[in-house]
Design a protein around this ligand. Structure first.
Ligand SMILES: Nc1nc2c(ncn2[C@@H]2O[C@H](COP(=O)(O)OP(=O)(O)OP(=O)(O)O)[C@@H](O)[C@H]2O)c(=O)[nH]1
Ligand SMILES: [Mg+2]
Length: 174
């Protein structure tokens, strides 16, 4: 899951490879696509959904994503965030964690962030969120192996703890 245009379909196509039942080409996704990938010697189903800003769907494409999340109660969520606009993606990430889904974050567009003045500290973000965070450049396939490896460590984020950590930081005056 993730906002629009962050690279979800590119990641989906790369992970599912030849095992895609219906493909979502890069470009705005309005429906979902399913495929399979190998994880721990098992074939697991993966689903590509349209982008959504939040879990309060504002249009039909967003509704597809939100409905899919509700239907797939035992899903592991890969939350894809555009590293160059990280604060926008965090809102959805927190919402997903609040619902109790195990999650990993793909900090995609890592190349774009690195070519700009945005400096993202993936390790720090991982410490704050308490879920695995992997930088990726989906179009070049970079970081995807690591992303898949980190999926095994995904546990539901403990939202109260995160709020505590965020709160501590916000509340600190120098
Ligand atoms: N530079 C760069 N471009 C990327 C990267 N990942 C994806 N893109 C490009 O970003 C655009 C959007 O990718 P999509 O995979 O369609 O994005 P999406 O999140 O599925 O978009 P929606 O389905 O509309 O929500 C495409 O032109 C991709 O080629 C990346 O890591 N770096
Ligand atoms: Mg898409």
């Amino acid at each position: 899951m993730g906002q629009s245009n962050v690279g979800k379909s590119v990641i989906f196509n790369r992970l599912a490879g030849a095992h895609v039942t219906e493909s979502n080409y890069p470009g705005t996704t309005v429906d979902f696509a399913k495929g399979f990938m190998r994880l721990d010697q098992e074939n697991v189903e993966i689903i590509d959904v349209p982008g959504t800003f939040s879990l309060e769907a504002k249009d039909r494409a967003e509704e597809v994503a939100v409905r899919m999340l509700k239907e797939e109660q035992d899903a592991l969520i890969v939350c894809v965030i555009d590293s160059s606009k990280i604060e926008r993606g965090l809102y959805l990430a927190l919402e997903i964690m609040e619902r109790g889904y195990p999650m990993v974050v793909a900090l995609n567009m890592w190349d774009v962030a690195n070519n700009s003045n945005v400096k993202v500290d993936a390790t720090k973000l991982e410490q704050i969120l308490g879920v695995p965070v992997a930088p990726t450049v989906a179009t070049r396939g970079e970081g995807l192996k690591e992303l898949v490896l980190r999926m095994k460590e995904a546990t539901p984020g403990e939202i109260e703890k995160i709020m505590g950590r965020v709160g501590t930081k916000i509340g600190t005056h120098s």
